[in-house]
Design a protein around this ligand. Structure first.
Ligand SMILES: Cc1ncc(COP(=O)(O)O)c(C=O)c1O
Length: 408
């Protein structure tokens, strides 16, 4: 391997801008010591394209008929980095609020400068709730005792608690059962210093069942209203709902995640209802180019054996970085305008591609493993070829990958 000439220096994460290296983890809250290169290093990285994020937000708002978008940025913004994605969606006029699942993610967003309302759609402890309420974060209770518990949280925080009631209409994951939801909502509404700002449900993404879930949700809302209890902003539709469910399921606001990052729910691209652009690239630079003789085998398990003289190239990125192990089932990698098949095995930190009969790739060349630049490396195509969920292609991206922000 040619010696790496990277100018290494330690840096504490700070702000971001075009071309600046930034740890994907909680920038601003936990300054981390990281090695940053000036672009000629061999550590794999993620590139986030702010223009694509903005275009995807507009496309989802279009699908929602102009309703406000509650942008789901959970799980480190689906792998793209909360500290980068948070401020980007915060600035989009179509976005009314941001939603996460973990308490820590909400604090990270505030520390990254996010000003819009943030909803935590997960369970939080009372101590966490106090911290969150002090930072103007909305909670999504689903416990029977939420009225008394959150009244105490409001007292401790010294300010009212704003909530979106999480109503389970048949998913059986989180949420308070629709069977008890009206009485529950009435109790929460009557508690001191709790303001019901909204209510929501989550569809199981199963055609007939979703219709039944929506009917149950509507019944809860109507019965609560008949008892003088307003449930505020109603929301349910995720990316799947935006493509597959009827207008009435879009309620007052929509709650997409996946589509914002430029990937389609399974089967949605073929509907031709919106154009989404992958908002990130997973990249690495070639570290080894070698010519195999017939009979030479590649990587763990000797899954690939050359049947002719052939060139191969090694990329220092693997499943520990988030590139799927299953990519070896037929995925390709883009290098210098051409795509090359993944061969052998995707190991924790390395991926090997077959280059062909001619040496068309050199050490130091930049490879794109996932991104918008070729059909073969679109996130949905990677998922199809690898036989995995497209959510895994995004959400398994390592939070350790440095994120570069780059338009185009
Ligand atoms: C409660 C809830 N709402 C909305 C979403 C966004 O879903 P999607 O990424 O499919 O748009 C999720 C993500 O799984 C979720 O858990």
């Amino acid at each position: 391997m040619t010696p790496c000439s990277r100018r290494a220096f330690v840096t504490a994460s700070a702000g971001f801008g075009a071309g600046v290296l930034l740890p994907a983890t909680a920038a601003g809250t936990r300054p981390e010591i990281r090695v940053a290169s000036d672009g000629d290093g061999y550590d794999p990285w993620l590139e986030v394209d702010p223009g694509a994020v903005r275009a995807n937000v507009r496309a989802t708002a279009g699908l929602a008929g102009g309703r406000p978008v509650l942008a789901v940025v959970k799980n480190n913004a689906y792998g793209l980095g909360l500290a980068v994605i948070g401020p980007l969606v915060d600035a989009a006029p179509e976005v009314g609020a941001l939603a996460v699942v973990k308490a820590d993610e909400a604090l990270t967003l505030r520390a990254a400068g996010v000003r819009k309302p943030i909803l935590v759609m997960g369970a939080v402890s009372d101590a966490e709730a106090v911290e969150l309420v002090r930072r103007d974060v909305r909670l999504a209770p689903f416990d029977d005792g939420a009225d008394r518990r959150l009244a105490a949280v409001a007292r401790a925080a010294g300010r009212p608690v704003a909530v979106h009631l999480d109503i389970d209409t048949g998913m059986q994951r989180v949420g308070l059962s629709w069977r008890r939801a009206v009485d529950w909502a009435a109790r929460v509404a009557g508690a001191p210093d709790i303001r019901i700002e909204g209510a929501y449900t989550t569809f199981a993404e199963h055609a007939e069942h979703d219709a039944e879930q929506l009917a149950r949700f509507r019944r809860v809302v109507d019965e609560a209203r008949a008892r003088g209890v307003g449930l505020g902003l109603l929301h349910a539709a995720s990316s799947h709902g935006l493509f597959f469910l009827p207008e009435e399921a879009r309620l007052d606001a929509v709650r997409p995640g996946l589509a914002l990052y430029g990937a389609y729910p399974a089967g949605a691209a073929a509907l031709d209802r919106a154009v989404l652009t992958p908002a990130f690239r997973l990249r690495a630079r070639v570290v080894r180019v070698e010519r195999l003789e017939p009979g030479d085998a590649v990587s763990y398990g000797r899954n690939y054996i050359a049947d002719r003289p052939v060139w191969i190239a090694t990329l220092p990125v693997g499943h520990a970085d988030g590139y799927p192990r299953a990519a070896v089932r037929g995925c390709e990698v883009l290098i210098g305008g051409r795509v090359y098949p993944v061969i052998g095995a995707v190991s924790a930190s390395h991926t090997i591609v077959e280059v062909g009969a001619a040496r068309t790739v050199e050490v130091g060349d930049t490879a794109t493993l996932v991104g918008p630049d070729h059909d073969a490396i679109l996130p949905n195509r990677i998922a199809e070829r690898a036989g995995i969920s497209v959510y895994d292609v995004l959400m398994h991206l390592s939070a350790r990958l440095p994120v570069r922000v780059r338009d185009g």
